[in-house]
Design a protein around this ligand. Structure first.
Ligand code: APR
Length: 382
């Protein structure tokens, strides 16, 4: 086995990178800890920004997405202020989301990468990366050496440890109970509901699956509530007595997501380059994670192709400096979304102060066209 570029991790970042490198004739090998079946069935994100759809389309990776993805262009905010909708395809740059489950995208990308002559070692763990020597130490003690290594192994991967960088971390102190229900959407829009009990979210996936979120205490046990208790809480926070019922179904995923962020600086060292969740983790409040992964993968693919095929070292040297400002823009918006969607309960001055700010933020978004344009640009953009 030999390759110019060794890619650690077959998530969206590693697979888009691999496909773009193969299109440039560059030999590359992906090493993935999980089996092929596992990565092709792992339900994760689903909202693709316009820039992500562009990257996939321009690189011949969007057939499945165009055939089966659904476009979304409206979100709604519900709370004690009432309810308002923002049709963001008519705001800002006029962009929309495409909803396409990440496991379907991963399946398409794996197939295309193999068709393009790429190699993937599934069920193979990388235990250590040597950034200076461009090599991967595998779980069985063997070693792979290339010219460059791409660390696309997500937030718990090993590649982050091989980059001597500062890591800026933040725990936003908010946790979501993330649910996937076998139920069609109850409203067509993405719905953000604010309630004294906490935030609740509704995101239509397709005709039979809907994502729900409930803000919960940090130590909440996802098995502690029976289904009916969850539906009751969703109904209460979404004020269904006022706005109409929810369609219910079996929960096929229950997981706790903590709102945490980290950004590494720099995201490259010697011959190792990080992309996706390995480089920065973003809270899911604005659904930007997969989109940042694709943005970095595209930038890295062009820089590596420039170096390997044309001998141009400039884009690769400035990879980190090129990508980090865009990561911070997304972090800033996600942080703003966290403050838009959550406020403390209780009646002390501090809680009432923060709740009043939240309400003012929502009213500004409801009433100001300039604010709506800014929101739309950042909500769908990267
Ligand atoms: N050796 C080999 N593979 C590894 C290792 C390791 N030591 N550690 C992790 N991996 C693999 C994981 O099994 C996973 O398939 O790396 C892959 C990383 O993929 P993702 O976590 O999907 O990360 P990324 O490609 O950066 O995409 C980020 O995807 O799931 C979403 O919320 C996430 O939206 C974000 C986006």
């Amino acid at each position: 086995l030999s390759a110019d570029v060794l890619i650690c991790g077959a998530g969206p970042a590693g697979l888009v990178l691999g496909n773009m490198l193969r299109a440039e004739g560059i030999r590359c090998l992906i090493v993935e800890r999980q089996s092929r079946a596992h990565v092709e069935q792992r339900a994760r994100a689903g909202f693709l920004a316009a820039n992500s759809v562009r990257i996939l389309t321009e690189n011949g990776l969007a057939d499945g997405l165009h055939a089966n993805g659904l476009t979304h262009d409206t979100c709604a905010f519900r709370g004690d202020h009432g309810e308002f909708e923002l049709k963001y395809s008519g705001l800002g740059r006029g962009e929309m989301h495409t909803v396409y489950p990440q496991q379907d995208l991963v399946r398409d990308l794996v197939k295309e990468f193999l068709d393009r002559g790429g190699e993937i070692l599934f069920s193979t763990e990388v235990s250590e990366i040597d950034a200076e020597g461009a090599s991967l130490l595998l779980g069985d003690g063997s070693r792979l050496t290339g010219q460059f290594v791409a660390g696309c192994d997500g937030q718990h991967g090993v590649s982050r440890r091989a980059v001597p960088a500062r890591v800026y971390q933040r725990d936003h102190g908010i946790s979501w109970f993330a649910l996937l229900a076998e139920a069609g959407p109850s409203v067509s829009a993405v719905l953000y509901a604010m309630h004294p009990n906490g935030f609740a979210g509704h995101m239509a996936r397709n005709a039979t699956i809907t994502r729900y979120y409930l803000q919960v205490p940090k130590d909440f046990d996802p098995r502690s509530w029976p289904d009916e208790r969850i539906w009751d809480e969703l109904r209460l926070r979404m004020r269904t007595d006022q706005y109409g019922p929810l369609r219910t179904g079996r929960f096929v995923e229950r997981r706790i997501v903590h709102m945490t962020s980290h950004v590494m600086d720099p995201i490259q060292h010697a011959s190792l380059f990080l992309a996706g969740d390995a480089a920065s983790l973003i809270s899911p409040s604005a659904a930007k994670g997969a989109n940042l992964a694709l943005m970095a993968a595209e930038t890295l693919a062009k820089a590596l192709a420039g170096q390997i095929n044309l001998g141009d070292s400039v884009p690769l040297k400035s990879y980190s400096a090129e990508v980090l400002p865009r990561i911070w823009r997304a972090q800033e918006f996600s942080h703003w979304m966290i403050n838009l969607l959550h406020s403390p309960s209780g009646n002390d001055d501090d809680a009432v102060f923060l709740r009043s700010l939240q309400r003012a933020r929502l009213e500004s978004l409801r009433d100001s066209r300039a604010h709506q344009d800014h929101f739309a640009e950042n909500y769908v953009g990267i």
